[in-house]
Ligand binder design. Structure first.
Ligand SMILES: [Zn+2]
Length: 282
């Protein structure tokens, strides 16, 4: 299960200092490699396979995209339709329709102008400092949102659902879960899931953890299993003792898709030898 954020030949300022998105050419090459070796399945098929719990005798893949970015509508979806590839997009409910900006994106925008490295290490709990800094330097995030439209709109999401793409939640405003209380973790998950499934009339419910699911407890997974089919982390090729939690492979590196996937398998086999191929939660 590979995961991406954006695909673009022109990296926008809000992403520029955070990670390197795939270019269109790189993304197409990733897809060609995946399609040569694996069969694309829909989210509904993945949920059904997981429910059956039987051994899978075929190589499948399902693509996922975090953060609900507008490049999925403009760039990614047309390529996926052409190649017949399924995908799920995970949305932060506070950001849909360009209502608010992810604090890490604010940091990237501020860094572009101020070139102060400490801005990029601002944590979720310090995020208000970014708003203060923007006011001090006359940077208006509201204007940026309206001009750049980084996020998918509700209408685009509805259109994409009509084309067969699937959607899930990625929390409300992208906190780091291991810095939240158990109650806050549940609220961020529950409220964002409820919003997405009711607003877009979905008959499935999936969630991907913002940043990482590192440190999230088994009792959390037990609780959310009441209202989610599957949850997704991003620890690479790894098993997980939390039921219905799938780990995904990050594709935004400087390597080719083939190198990334092969590397993950090799690394998995090495980890398996020393029993580190599985995440054991308490
Ligand atoms: Zn994210």
């Amino acid at each position: 299960m590979p995961f991406y954020h954006a695909v673009t030949d022109f990296c926008p300022v809000h992403i520029k200092y955070l990670y390197q998105p795939r270019s269109i050419q790189q993304f197409k090459e990733d897809l060609d490699f995946l399609l040569e070796n694996y069969q694309s399945i829909s989210l509904q098929e993945l949920i059904a396979l997981n429910k059956e719990g039987k051994a899978i005798n075929k190589n499948y893949f399902h693509l996922t995209f975090d953060d609900g970015l507008s490049e999925f509508y403009a760039v990614v979806a047309p390529i996926l339709k052409e190649k017949g590839v399924h995908a799920t997009v995970f949305l932060n409910t506070d950001f849909i329709d360009n209502k608010e900006l992810f604090y890490r994106f604010k940091a990237s925008i501020l860094f572009e102008q101020l070139k102060d490295k400490s801005i990029l290490s601002t944590s979720y709990n310090e995020k208000e400092q970014l708003d203060e800094l923007a006011i001090q330097h006359g940077i208006n995030f509201e204007d940026y949102l309206q001009k750049e439209q980084p996020y998918l709109t509700s209408d685009q999401i509805k259109e994409l659902i009509g084309q067969g793409f699937t959607f899930g939640a990625h929390s409300k405003n992208h906190p780091i879960y291991n810095e939240l209380s158990y109650e806050e973790q549940l609220a961020q998950t529950k409220e964002s899931m409820k919003f997405i499934t009711s607003k877009f009339n979905l008959d499935y419910s999936v969630f991907s953890f913002p940043f990482t699911d590192n440190g999230v407890s088994l009792s959390f997974f037990d609780k959310v299993s009441n209202f989610t089919d599957i949850t997704f982390g991003c620890a690479g090729l790894k098993e997980d003792n939390a039921p219905n939690n799938f780990q995904r492979i990050a594709m935004e590196t400087d390597k080719s898709g083939k190198e990334i996937i092969k590397g993950e398998y090799l690394y998995y086999l090495m980890k398996e030898k020393v029993g580190k191929h599985k995440i054991i939660r308490q």
